[in-house]
Ligand binder design. Structure first.
Ligand code: ATP
Ligand code: MG
Length: 332
């Protein structure tokens, strides 16, 4: 099998607060992203998605676990290797407005990475490259002399994408890139990202709090809850047969376009509030809100276990503490 482009192994990212409390933002997650594919990372606000993305980009030093990029442990990157990694792995953000310097013209914003990573480029070459990048993201060169506030939300996100593409990355963390946009614009940006992926063989970590948003773009999806991955599956298998009670609830909440079917659809309501990531329960983190809660769920965290080929779940309805899969699941 080919080496995955990104491999996350038991990643932990803890933050120590001023009063000595520890926030377990990411608490031992593992997954891989194959080159040229999209891994959708989904979960409610505060579950650790952005922290995971930032850890992969080596913005933080992990509290535990490893991150491999094309088989190379990023922890061991020296200064030179790190400088190259900064070009290989890029990020685009939810709110392109706050992530774009409002005093800079679009040309200057897109050119920033070019100055850093291609210092030998002549002014003329840079000019041509900026125009090409604007065209690639669907904007004419005239936009180059404008400022971010003169652009619409969708156009600003196109600039965010052009800026990331400027340094010719292989991997992009797309952190909620469409969440702040009008529904009518969301599909345009997803289509653009998909087109760029095909043309440039890009690999994405696509973060969203909404399962319906990752559906079209993701090859594989990871569902996160309070710092843990509760389910990892191929796109098709997850929507066809979600296993974890949390994923089941998230999927049941997705509106169905047909109004009659939407009215008939059974919604699974999640009871209670998401617990604080400071004092997480010892067993399954979802147990305090789970309608199938059993005694075992409150004592030991269930291991992420492969139930069907490529479909993993961390839930005692399907397997025991050793990861032995039940022939007859408790429910489902
Ligand atoms: N630098 C930090 N210092 C302390 N706590 C942090 C820090 N960064 C994140 N956290 C905490 O870690 C948890 C996970 O945050 P994170 O931003 O990764 O979640 P998220 O899933 O991206 O949420 P959202 O959907 O709101 O963007 C939260 O409880 C957050 O408050
Ligand atoms: Mg976030």
């Amino acid at each position: 099998m080919e080496t995955p482009l990104v491999e996350v192994r038991n990643l932990k990212q803890y933050f120590r607060l001023k009063r000595g409390q520890i926030v377990k933002a990411v608490d031992g997650i593992s997954f891989t992203i194959e080159a040229g594919k999209t891994f959708g990372l989904v979960g409610e606000s505060g579950c650790g998605k952005t922290t995971c993305g930032r850890s992969i980009l080596k913005i933080y030093e992990p509290s535990g676990g490893e991150i491999l990029f094309r088989g190379e442990n990023i922890r061991g990157f020296g200064r030179r290797r790190q400088a190259i990694y900064r070009k290989e792995a890029q990020m685009i953000f939810q709110d392109p407005y706050s992530s774009l310097d409002h005093r800079m013209t679009i040309d200057d914003i897109v050119a920033e990475g070019l100055h850093v990573h291609f210092p030998k480029m002549t002014r003329k070459e840079r000019r041509a490259r900026i125009e090409e990048l604007l065209e690639v993201v669907g904007l004419t060169p005239e936009y180059g002399s404008r400022f971010p506030h003169e652009l619409s939300g969708g156009q600003r996100q196109r600039i965010g994408i052009a800026r990331a593409l400027a340094v010719e990355p292989e991997f992009i963390v797309c952190d909620e890139p469409i969440s702040a946009l009008d529904v009518s614009i969301q599909a345009q940006i997803v289509n653009l990202l998909e087109k760029l992926q095909r043309e440039r063989d890009l690999t994405y970590l696509f973060i969203s709090h909404d399962l319906s948003m990752v559906k079209h773009i993701s090859d594989t999806i990871g569902v996160m809850y309070l710092g843990s991955l509760v389910e990892v599956s191929s796109n098709k298998s997850l929507y066809k047969r979600p296993l974890h009670p949390y994923s089941q609830a998230l999927i049941s909440a997705i509106p169905i376009p047909d109004p009659a079917a939407n009215k008939e659809a059974k919604r699974i309501k999640i009871e209670g509030e998401i617990p604080s990531p400071i004092n997480t329960p010892p067993g399954c983190k979802f147990s305090s809100r789970c309608r199938y809660r059993m005694d075992v769920c409150e004592t030991m965290q269930p291991p992420l276990t492969e139930i069907e080929e490529g479909h993993f779940v961390a839930c005692y309805l399907y397997h025991d503490k050793e990861g032995e899969v039940y022939a007859d699941p408790v429910v489902g």
